[in-house]
Design a protein around this ligand. Sequence first.
Ligand code: SF4
Length: 486
Amino acid sequence: MTGTFVGMPAFPSAARAALADTQLRHNLAHATGVIRGKRAAVVGEVDNWEELRLAGAAVKERALLALDTQLVRLEESLTAHGAVVHWARDAEEANRIVVGLARAHEVDEVVKVKSMLTQEIGLNEALEAAGIAAWETDLAELIVQLGGDLPSHILVPAIHRNRAEIREIFARRMGEVGRPAPADLTDEPAVLAGAAREHLREKFLRARMAVSGANFAVADTGTLVVVESEGNGRMCLTLPEVLVSIVGIEKVVPTWAELDPLLRLLPRSSTGERMNPYTSTWSGITPGDGPQEVHVVLLDNGRTRALADEVGRQALRCIRCSACLNVCPVYERTGGHAYGSVYPGPIGAILNPLLRGTGDPQTDALPYASSLCGACFEACPVRIDIPEVLVHLRSQVVDGHREDRVPKPEAVAFRGAGWAFGDARRLDRAERLSSLAGRLLRRRGRTSLGRLPGPGSAWTDARDLPAPPTESFRDWWRRTDGGERP
Ligand code: SF4
């Protein structure tokens, strides 16, 4: 899997840089606060929200546990409707299929519906390398693309940008790739949206091929579903002659009826709306109406690896609503780029290691990018227990380093602690030494240890380490006869 923003440092370094950016923190706090408020209001309207969550989780779980048969059913249904189904093991195979289709139709540009999966596999870059331009048509994606930027939120990829920055990007870049922004462009949201609409319209009308993802893929009817707010998706799905949809294999839902709870959970959790303004469904070809050639690429790219992890597989239930990002105190302060992937926030912290496997410094840092406060689990419409998976992945990261020739400082510290705790006399001696140090420090008027030297400074740079107690529990027990005497 690609999916890593190439060259990004691991989370601790990237987060430190992000924390120093006060404009970024202001933009994020404002945007996530607004979305949180909207979501809370519409979720509060639903009496049986918890039942709905349980129903949504059950639908996805059922599909995942029978993924092999559901996928074969999906392929049969799609094929019966005239779509061509392709299977791709990884990013490279999927990109090769899409580039091949573009070349076969001799197109030098495609329009795109917002799709995390195509970002995960680096499709735009693969198309560009083949001389084919890929135009993002979602407003926030367009801002990211024109700004030469990276997405930083699942739902609002340009959440880190404010209106003035967007105006500057449109004024500077639109003319270089198509219809320029009007000379009197202001930073009013309606004016910016109008400029984007004019810019994109000429691309919609010209492009002969579109690329989409899908929010859901219904196995029994062979229906792909995209939900969106702007209508750009519907334009992409209906105007071009050729439609290529790249779908992660975890998007399968067994039956049309089972879409119901998911289509109710998603808009309330993501945009804070009661329903999505546009819900587009397609199953293949309708003669004389819409694309006359439809290809569906079913992509694994690490998903079967995640499925094999009994604790982690629940992450594949994710419907990409972004509710967990909007309530996460870590995400709110660091933003999405710090996670180094198209999947940021709490879900990114578990999905990236599950899809790629642990073992490289960037991925290994992600399960630690959390305070384990549990807000993400409370917000998740399909009840993914993100804290549980985080802890599980942390243990995998630790296990992966057990054989390191140079152990990490934490490993050395814990080995020392294990040695001391493994014998009552050793522990007693260690406690006496610690009490002595505590008494000496307090005699000098110190209540904390201050900055530790060497690797210990990584801990004390960000936290206060209190001075040890002047009396150990055992000494207190002996002195007071277990609390019987003062
Ligand atoms: S993990 Fe849950 S809350 Fe987060 S994006 Fe996925 S479905 Fe939404």
